[in-house]
Design a protein around this ligand. Structure first.
Ligand SMILES: [Zn+2]
Ligand SMILES: [Zn+2]
Length: 386
């Protein structure tokens, strides 16, 4: 199977994707992702850029190269917009501020508290998509289950560090461990190689996180590319995610909220009680926008049908919710998050990332009145669904 478009290596070619809007691909190497799109919105004063990649010199060189192709220098960038608090989206922002005095726009709830909790260590892409990708690139499933080869094939070696995929390895320098909200110890994730977090530590950690000079909120209007664009707060993938809608050019700038072929990771460990419900509402809000003819995602290629894609992403989660109810009926007794996870995902995916997604779905069912939870004597949450 061909590589998914979100996994394609960053092309150095820049492309005009709307009036005064240029797509510039920056390299990233993360599970399920090969590039991040930085969009440059041109105006008479220079440009605003959206999501300027990971921190560090490697990305900065790519930023300079792409800007140069558009006859721009970093000093021409007067504004940096950050769709959400993931390092592959805000990385270059601080340098634009420190060297060139750029303004930084993000949602007013923007927060990245490095390594304080598991929240900041959550990945970009759903575990389902990582499994599907692994299946596509390694036809011999049995071999994949029992070896430690780079089963996803495009992780540049970050995905095979020789640990057992048993979810009980705590040997990564204290970044894991401690109780999870669903009880027990946080197991080590088998697929998420903590690349982001090691990159952040390497490059100065907190030093890379920009100060937000211009916080925005739902319904705000911004002048970008010489036109008016509306801010949509779209919590789900992160609580601070926002998108932009340009009604005149019929363009929707989607960040990670709506990606062309993959579903973003929805973490159960969130400041929101029901992040999946928030995500559904944000998908409905985006899908209801009339007359969008061009969607500009943070990963993958621009696409046309926003409502069709938001419906498909919702359907994926509805299917997962139904599967969880099926598993609960099969158990015929209250079961913990780890047990549900082990029936939802392949062994190689077991770990805190998969458990966090499972927990998000179980809590969604519980808060909708479709599941009940209790805690056992060890403090583990147990769920049964109706
Ligand atoms: Zn993200
Ligand atoms: Zn992303």
């Amino acid at each position: 199977m061909a590589k998914r478009q979100e996994q394609e290596t960053a092309s150095s070619t820049i492309t005009e994707v709307g009036p005064g809007i240029i797509r510039m691909q920056l390299p990233i190497h993360m599970p399920g992702l090969g590039h991040v799109n930085m969009y440059a919105l041109l105006d008479s004063n220079g440009a605003a850029v959206i999501d300027p990649g990971l921190p560090g010199r490697f990305t900065w060189r790519a930023i300079e190269d792409r800007l140069k192709q558009a006859d721009l220098k970093p000093k021409d960038v007067h504004t940096v917009l950050i769709t959400h608090s993931h390092p592959d989206h805000f990385g270059g922002a601080r340098r634009f501020v420190e060297e060139h005095g750029a303004k930084v726009v993000a949602h007013e709830s923007f927060r990245f508290g490095l390594a304080k909790s598991i929240i900041e260590r959550q990945p970009e892409v759903s575990v389902n998509d990582l499994e599907a990708h692994a299946d596509a690139t390694q036809p011999d499933h049995e071999a994949a289950e029992h070896t430690h080869t780079d089963h996803a094939g495009h992780h540049n070696g970050h995905d095979h560090d020789g640990h057992d995929h048993d979810g009980h390895d705590h040997g990564d320098g204290g970044w894991w461990g401690g109780p999870s909200p669903w009880g027990g110890q946080q197991p080590r994730p088998p697929l998420n190689r903590r690349l982001l977090w090691s990159v952040m530590r390497m490059l100065g950690g907190r030093m890379s996180v920009p100060e937000i000079s211009h916080p925005v909120a739902e319904g705000d209007w911004l002048t970008l590319a010489g036109r008016q664009m509306r801010v949509l707060h779209t919590p789900g993938h992160t609580p601070d995610h926002f998108c932009l809608h340009d009604p005149e050019a019929e363009i929707f700038i989607a960040g990670d909220h709506v990606l062309p072929t993959i579903t973003p990771h929805i973490s159960g460990i969130s400041s929101s009680a029901d992040p999946l419900l928030a995500f559904f509402a944000s998908l409905d809000a985006a899908g209801a926008i009339p007359n969008v003819s061009q969607v500009l995602p943070a990963h993958g290629h621009p696409f046309a049908d926003l409502a069709e894609r938001t419906e498909a992403i919702k359907a994926h989660h509805v299917e997962r919710l139904e599967k969880i109810q099926e598993i609960s009926r099969m158990f015929g007794r209250p079961a913990n998050v780890t047990e549900f996870t082990r029936h939802l995902f392949r062994k190689r995916s077991w770990g805190s990332m998969a458990e966090s997604e499972t927990y998000a779905h179980l809590e969604h069912l519980r808060l909708a009145g479709d599941a009940e939870s209790t805690r056992d004597r060890q403090g583990m949450l147990l769920y049964t669904t109706g």
